[in-house]
Design a protein around this ligand. Structure first.
Ligand SMILES: Cc1cc2nc3c(=O)[nH]c(=O)nc-3n(C[C@H](O)[C@H](O)[C@H](O)COP(=O)(O)O)c2cc1C
Length: 142
C-alpha cells in the first residue's frame, strides 16, 4: 500500500521518569528496526506527540499497540498522509524531552502540549505538529 506518515498525540497516564522514557525508547527502537518504522517522539507536560513513518500496515499495526499501551491514553490521530520518502529515515525513533524548555523556546509547541488535550487544540495541533517534529531533524529553530 505504500509509505505513509502518521502523527498523533496522547496523554501520559503517569509522569514518566527519565528511566521510563529510556526503557520505552529502547524497546521501540528494537521493534521499529524489525518493522522498518522510523519517526520521532516528543514528550512534554504529560503529553506525547509522535510521527511514525513506514508501510501503511506496519504503521497501523504499531498504532494499534500504542493505543492499547497503558502508559498512555486518549490518543488522537492528527495526520495521516502518503509520502514519497521518509523525513526521519535515520531514526528508528528519535526522541526529545521538552519538559525543561520554556514556552518562549517552543512557540509552535506551547499551544499544542501545554495543557490537556482538548478539542479546540486538535485543529491547531494538526497544522503545527509536523513542522515541530521536522524541526528536530532539520536542525532548524523550534
Ligand atoms: C508514547 C508511546 C510511544 C511508543 N512508540 C513505540 C514505537 O515507536 N515502536 C514500538 O515498537 N513501540 C512503541 N511503543 C510501545 C508499544 O505501545 C508497545 O508496548 C510495544 O509495541 C510492544 O507491544 P507488544 O508487547 O504487544 O509486542 C510506544 C508506547 C508509547 C506509550
Amino acid at each position: 500500500m505504500g509509505l505513509i506518515r502518521l502523527v498523533y498525540i496522547s496523554a501520559a497516564t503517569q509522569q514518566p521518569s527519565d528511566q521510563d522514557l529510556i526503557s520505552l525508547l529502547e524497546g521501540a527502537r528494537e521493534r521499529n528496526k524489525h518493522r522498518n518504522v522510523t519517526g520521532f517522539l516528543v514528550y512534554k507536560n504529560r503529553t506525547f506527540m509522535q510521527v511514525l513513518e513506514g508501510e501503511h500496515d506496519d504503521v497501523h499495526q504499531l498504532l494499534a499497540k500504542i493505543k492499547k499501551d497503558n502508559r498512555n491514553n486518549g490518543l488522537v490521530k492528527l495526520l495521516e498522509q502518503p509520502i514519497e520518502q521518509r523525513d526521519f529515515a535515520h531514526w528508528y525513533m528519535g526522541f526529545q524531552n521538552l519538559e525543561h524548555y520554556t514556552a518562549e523556546q517552543l512557540p509552535a509547541y506551547v499551544e499544542i502540549l501545554d495543557d490537556k488535550i482538548d478539542e479546540s487544540k486538535i485543529e491547531v495541533a494538526r497544522g503545527k505538529s509536523l513542522n515541530l517534529l521536522l524541526s528536530f531533524v532539520k536542525q532548524t529553530d523550534i
